[in-house]
Every structure is written in structure tokens, then in C-alpha cells.
Design a binder for this molecule. Structure first.
Ligand code: ZN
Length: 250
């Protein structure tokens, strides 16, 4: 009898502990979601009605491109960011825009983390920072276009312009064809732009997805520039992107 009582007691304690742990776990996940919004800032609020429902092969090859890696020195160099443009701080690098500086850092982090998590993922960097012709075979868009034609998924990452010049975070789906479950998963995390955004951008017309991480301003830019929070911020965003890929292919 005594044994039975203690067994029942143990069982009830187990249930209470299990419940407490599950609550902590759920709340922790909730906090992470809140953190993402806090870290990347506002999302695009342009109405977008597309839904990505097409299944994706779980072994799909993934290519990550850093936006503006081949167009420095043109009008398309990417945003200098609020810190440089509005507050007159020094650029992160003298020869490239701050946006490209962060695009490259994040690109590296996404690929590193993605490989660790078992994704078939790689990056491409043209190395040459000024390629006049968008159709030159060495540009992001030419390499991305070919990659998609061969059955892969190409994503070009960007940080959006600050203040009234930018829109916010979100995924721009391909101009032609049906958005898939990876598109949907990334859009659920970062928000979504309409298919026809800016008349169908050059990348979108080549089936390359564009992800605007967030506006290069305020807390996001401060966290990137601050050496104490830089690594953590980049890793956090990279993890959100890799997790979105994983959720989209399972
Ligand atoms: Zn950009």
C-alpha cells in the first residue's frame, strides 16, 4: 500500500514536471519569434496574396548569393545604410557598400550553418565587384539562373534601404511559375512581397528568390555594427533562414 502511494506520488510529480518543462520550452520558442521581429524590424506591409504550396525535393541543391556582389560603383551598389548615410559614420569597408558587407557576412554564415544541418548548400561570389552586363556569365544572376534551370533553389540575400527608402523584410517570389514550400516557409518567418514587386525584378525574372532581411537601420544595424553583438546577430539571422529551409523541405 505504501509503495503504491509513493508510486502514484512519483507519477503525479513526473506529470507536473513534464508540464512545467513543456511550458518553459513553448515560451522559449515564443520569445525567439519575438526576438526575430525585434532584431530585423518591420516587415513589408505591401499586400501579397501568393501561397507556396508546391512540394520540394528534400535533397534540393541550394545556392546563396550576396546581393550587389557584382554591381559596386553603380547605382545598384546596395544601401549604404542609415549609419553612414544619415549619421555620417564610416562605412564598414571603403570599397563596397555596407549592404554588401553584411550580405557577404550573412551569406557565409548561412552556408556554414546549413551544411552543419545537412542541407546541400553552397555560395557563389563573383569576386569581381563591377560587372557592367547583367547577362555576363559571371554575375550573380547568370549563375543563379543556371543553377535554378538545373533544378536548384537560388536565394539572393539583401538588406533593405533605411527609413522611407525601404520597405522592410520579406521574400520576393519568382516572377514565373509556382512558389514552393521553401518560399512559403521563408515568407512565414520574414514576411512576403507581391510577385510583381517593382515590375518583377531582374533576379525574379531569372527564377532567383530575393530575401530582404530587414532595413539597414536602427537596432538591426546597431547590433551588426557593435562588435559585442555582431556575431550573435548574424548567427541568429542565419539560423532563422536555415531553419526556414529545413521546415520547407520536410
Ligand atoms: Zn539590396
Amino acid at each position: 500500500m505504501k509503495n503504491q502511494v509513493s508510486n502514484t506520488f512519483r507519477f503525479i510529480s513526473f506529470i507536473i514536471l513534464f508540464y512545467a518543462f513543456s511550458q518553459v520550452y513553448c515560451n522559449r520558442n515564443l520569445n525567439i519569434n519575438e526576438d526575430l521581429d525585434l532584431i530585423i524590424g518591420e516587415r513589408s506591409n505591401i499586400p501579397a496574396t501568393w501561397v507556396g504550396s508546391k512540394d520540394v525535393d528534400r535533397n534540393i541543391p541550394i545556392l546563396i548569393l550576396a546581393g550587389h556582389a557584382d554591381s559596386q560603383g553603380f547605382a545598384g551598389a546596395g544601401t549604404p545604410g542609415e549609419a553612414v548615410d544619415k549619421f555620417g559614420l564610416n562605412p564598414m569597408h571603403s570599397e563596397i557598400s555596407d549592404e554588401l558587407f553584411w550580405n557577404l557576412k550573412l551569406q557565409e554564415s548561412i552556408v556554414k550553418l546549413g551544411k552543419k544541418k545537412g542541407l546541400d548548400i553552397r555560395s557563389y561570389d563573383p569576386g569581381i565587384r563591377n560587372i557592367d552586363d547583367a547577362n555576363d556569365p559571371r554575375t550573380n544572376w547568370s549563375v543563379g539562373r543556371k543553377f535554378v534551370k538545373n533544378g536548384g533553389y537560388a536565394l539572393e540575400i539583401h538588406f533593405d534601404a533605411y527609413g522611407k527608402y525601404g520597405v522592410g523584410s520579406g521574400l520576393i517570389p519568382p516572377f514565373f511559375g509556382t512558389p514552393n514550400k521553401i518560399d512559403e516557409s521563408i515568407a512565414r518567418t520574414f514576411g512576403r512581397f507581391p510577385v510583381l514587386f517593382r515590375g518583377g525584378l531582374g533576379a525574379s525574372r531569372r527564377q532567383i528568390r530575393i530575401l530582404e532581411i530587414g532595413k539597414l537601420e536602427g537596432l538591426l544595424e546597431k547590433n551588426l555594427r557593435n562588435l559585442k553583438t555582431r556575431k550573435r546577430t548574424i548567427k541568429f539571422i542565419a539560423n532563422e533562414i536555415v531553419q526556414a529551409f529545413l521546415n520547407g523541405i520536410i
